[in-house]
Design a protein around this ligand. Sequence first.
Ligand code: IPE
Ligand code: IPE
Ligand code: MG
Length: 252
Amino acid sequence: MKRSPEELIDQIDVRALPRHVAVIMDGNGRWARKRGLPRVAGHRAGTKAVREVVEGCAELHISALTLYAFSVENWKRPRTEVSTLMSLLKEYLAKELETLCRNNIRLQTIGRTDELDMTVQQELARTIEDTRNNTGMVLTLALNYGGRAEIIDAVNRILANGRKDSVQPMTEQEFAKYLYTSELPDPDLLIRTSGELRISNFLLWQIAYAELFVTDTLWPDFDKRCLYEALIAYQKRERRYGGIEPQLVRSR
Ligand code: IPE
Ligand code: IPE
Ligand code: MG
């Protein structure tokens, strides 16, 4: 029997939440196909799930949520599908500004957003500016994002700028400062919907020790209840970081 969101939320230990949740939002096309609808109908339905997860994480005071919205590989899709995704993004930003502000959420992006359509860039810049002073959750949209592209962009920035202290060997901490995610903690929990057991070039560096949660639920069907289930599963994990001490997810 399906448990209600209230029953599930009671099982979550609010002192042991992940600081950063990352989500590979997958399965919009399959959701539409199951209903005999065009793929773009799945993308439209997927925006409702975005709203659920953003609000659900903000309500729990999770510090950071990162959503994989468009990969560098997604340009391979038909032009009409790409343009619908971009239109939906603009629509989402315009519609959700009020909700973002009401929940004290600050928006930012990662990825090569300078390659996106100018109108998308403008809408993003406006929402980033309008949420700049919000002090709650940081919502990061990964747009035209690739994990390998991010690492290469970091290397090229290092090569272009030189390093102040170049006699010292590079450390992991220093390298991470050149990544798009320099201001974010590494994800503790990575959720992927619709059952695919792969990373699809998402946050390759940052997920070194993330807990993975894959659900068969298709993205448009993902709701707060599914989010709570993922968080409950996360809280049962033992994070060992290569050590031998089995530790439950620690209370902060
Ligand atoms: C995820 O759903 C949305 C994006 C990648 C933008 P898909 O469009 O990949 O859906 P499936 O995987 O084909 O079902
Ligand atoms: C990953 O989904 C990218 C996003 C969710 C934006 P894909 O549907 O593009 O991934 P693959 O092709 O199944 O690996
Ligand atoms: Mg997919």
